[in-house]
Write a protein that binds this ligand. Structure first.
Ligand SMILES: *Cc1c(COP(=O)(O)O)cnc(C)c1O
Length: 351
């Protein structure tokens, strides 16, 4: 059977392309004396790699970081494969074969990964060294292994654990990273994520790897005036209804109308990343009017109080109140979670 064209989604994620490009340019400028690349893992933090990568490439970005091998195709559709680094590294022969066939570069995280890469013939690669986060990467003690001298290393990378805080761990990791740079021959060096960029030039090395700041997240207060909002989720009103005093709304009747009121039901729920923490707490926006969420957020639907927008009709669009720093403070979710949650049923539109 051939299907007719799909109807438009009642959810859209509007990407402000000018703000996205401006955020990368700002991070690139702040990364002096190095340059900025871009973390585009998790489908560019949920915004859509297909939307994000061409904008950042046009802005001047040349270095791309994904986590999974399966994230590669969406990125190399737009940029040269040799500019793409896969952070998880090659876990088995299938990963190595994929790297060889596409030309993307593995980030080698362990001596077994180094051995696997060399056994396959090697070629340009990156190496991650763990300087204290104890996540992925070679231990400092591994760096003397003679296999490392046989690698053709472009980037020597490490990752900061607490760059969003003022803590002694940052300087400790920087010292370890400098020691690692003295032990391993690499063409370029990279340490800082978004928050690390704000720690100053000592942390910048040749290349920084901002993610959240490109997409509108404010990782440290110093970046508040710099980073512009990029992601604007919007949802359609599916139904409006009139409630009498005493009527209750949603699962478990957690909201009871105190007076006659108009209710809007929008096509947004926890399956779309709008989690139940927004029940009786979040809001949608209609121009300057803030329309509070009433009752429980359910899988596909959220109810809102239309008192301040009595003219709203079925099919009208509302913006989700989702300014990242503010929404994180309100919800207890991190800015990273708020963004990456919104990846499923939204149609991505640019502007
Ligand atoms: C996700 C990630 C980044 C980007 O971090 P942000 O805090 O989003 O800027 C950089 N480097 C590595 C290794 C990562 O996993």
């Amino acid at each position: 059977m051939t299907f007719p064209p799909l109807p438009p989604s009642p959810l859209r994620l509007r990407i402000d392309r000018a703000a996205l490009a401006a955020n990368w340019q700002a991070m690139n400028r702040l990364s002096a004396p190095g340059r900025a690349g871009a973390a585009v893992k998790a489908d560019a933090y949920g915004l859509g790699a297909g939307q994000v990568v061409p904008v950042l490439a046009a802005a001047g970005c040349r270095d791309w970081f994904v986590a999974h091998w399966r994230e590669v195709p969406d990125v190399i559709a737009h940029v040269p494969a040799a500019d793409v680094a896969v952070l998880h590294g090659p876990l088995d022969q299938a990963d190595v074969a994929f790297a060889m066939a596409t030309g993307v570069r593995p980030v080698l995280n362990s001596l077994p990964q180094v051995a696997r890469w060399l056994a396959a013939g090697g070629g340009p690669c990156h190496v991650m060294v763990d300087t204290g986060i104890n996540r992925l990467g070679l231990a400092m003690a591994d760096l003397g292994d003679p296999m490392l001298a046989r690698l053709d290393i472009d980037l020597l990378i490490s990752h900061l654990a607490s760059a969003d805080e003022d803590t002694a761990q940052n300087a400790q990791q920087l010292a370890q990273f400098r020691a690692a740079c003295g032990m391993v021959a690499a063409r370029r060096h990279s340490l800082a994520n978004s928050a690390g960029i704000a720690l100053g030039g000592a942390y910048h090395a040749d290349l920084t790897r901002p993610g959240i700041a490109l997409y509108g997240g404010v990782a440290r207060p110093e970046l508040a005036g710099v980073v512009r909002r990029v992601a604007h989720p919007e949802a359609a009103v599916l139904q409006v209804r009139d409630l009498a005093a005493g009527d209750c709304v949603g699962y478990n009747a957690t909201f009871v109308a105190q007076r006659a009121m108009r209710l809007g039901v929008v096509a947004l729920g926890y399956a779309d990343g709008y989690l139940r923490c927004w029940s009786n707490r979040g809001a949608l926006l209609h121009g300057a009017s803030r329309l509070p969420v009433v009752g429980r957020v359910s899988m596909d639907l959220t109810a809102i109080d239309l008192t301040d927008a009595p003219d709203l009709r079925e099919g009208d669009w509302l913006a989700v109140d989702y300014d990242l720093p503010q929404a994180a403070a309100q919800s207890g979710l991190s800015q990273y979670e708020l963004l990456t949650l919104m990846h499923r049923r939204f149609a991505r539109t640019g502007q």
